[in-house]
Design a protein around this ligand. Sequence first.
Ligand SMILES: [Zn+2]
Length: 277
Amino acid sequence: MGWFERTYNRIKKGKKKIDVPDGLWTKCVNCSEIIYNKTLDDNLRVCPKCGYHFYIGARRRIEITLDKDSFVEYNSKIYSHNPLDFPGYEEKLKKGEQTTGLDEAVVIGEGKLGGKSVAIGVTDFGFMGGSMGSVVGERLTIIIERAIEKKLPLIIISGSGGGARMQEGVLSLMQMVKTSSAIAELKSKGGLYISVLTNPTMGGAMASFASRGDIIIAEPGALLGFAGPRVIMQTIKQQMPKNFQKAESLLEHGMVDLVVERPNIRPTLIKILNFLL
Ligand SMILES: [Zn+2]
């Protein structure tokens, strides 16, 4: 059956929906606007109608944050093992690779921001929810230590659905202590750490490196916390207020210093670096 017959039959049956090839349009999860993907990308993946901030991959994030072509990546050759023989872990890692084009849920390196050298780490929610296994913890610790060594300001941009990676059990939980200790060391040496939180930053990430910034910036509407709102509601059997665990609410309660829209994050970081360094 040709396209004409298919379309004719569909219209005859009252189904007026015309097929759209995959990957051309995205429906905004907040306002339902249908957005042309190129428009969405040009707008740094922020909905042009309602301002909803869509997920953005680590490499693109680095591209829109740092000065053009200034990024030098570190330690891309550390890979996860499956220490507990957790069923399906290797497949999940493979899937993460295919989805993001990354070999793990974090990218680290050095680059320039407004002409100033910075150490940067960016976690990628698209790779196993941005969860922190031993490789993510190790890479983040490496970049924190590099910031200490070279006296560079440290910027970590986080997005992590569940925090610690359950497939690595206690080795994963250990990364919370490891990254937090490295940040404590950075602070004791007078280093600067700016943490940028994106939707969502939860669990072990938020309970360790992500919430330890000297300055904490969040993207609008980002869900930020330890246990998710549904878990809390089921546990304490109470309704949570509107905006609970949202960036704006955390700003009001002093957990976040600034809520900044994605296009303004780079200029804001440059302003902070120029002011403090
Ligand atoms: Zn929208």
